[in-house]
Design a protein around this ligand. Sequence first.
Ligand code: ZN
Length: 180
Amino acid sequence: MPHRPAEAEHIRHCPRCAATSLSWHSTKNFHCNACGFTLFLNVAAAVGVIIECRGKILFGVRRNNPGKGMLDLPGGFVDPEETAEECAGREVLEETGIKIPAGSYFMSLPNSYLYRDITYSTLDLVLTVRLDEFPAMQAADDLIELLWVDRDEVDPEQIAFPSLREAVRSYLLQPAVPLL
Ligand SMILES: [Zn+2]
């Protein structure tokens, strides 16, 4: 089992027959030598949304670990049969109450998400949305507070995840769109 990845330390038994003779053919799939069961531990797709309005970026404060109390972009894991754009709309609505227009694809970055002792590998798809008017909003779900932060005052080090930190840094390198 030379390929068993550190994040799969908890997988010691076959989920089908409970045998312990698992072979890891790569870091993302294993095979049970007793019953033939094979499972792929695929990367999970997640979405983060950079919402800009009048020179300010919307951040949420995380309710839970990982990154409890740190800044985050609205977003979350993509559901089965959902597009990244649909996920963005759903997650932003759930976490902020804001109905956003369709977002634009910006970039993707790999991330690791440690939740209850299990590390999930994700691919964070970052979308951007521009609003002309500040919307009514209410923090909910994974976020306890929402903050509009001036582009000039964003401190990426306050953002919980390295992937979204990097995305926000890249986004801020772009010139601000002039106000209408
Ligand atoms: Zn088995």
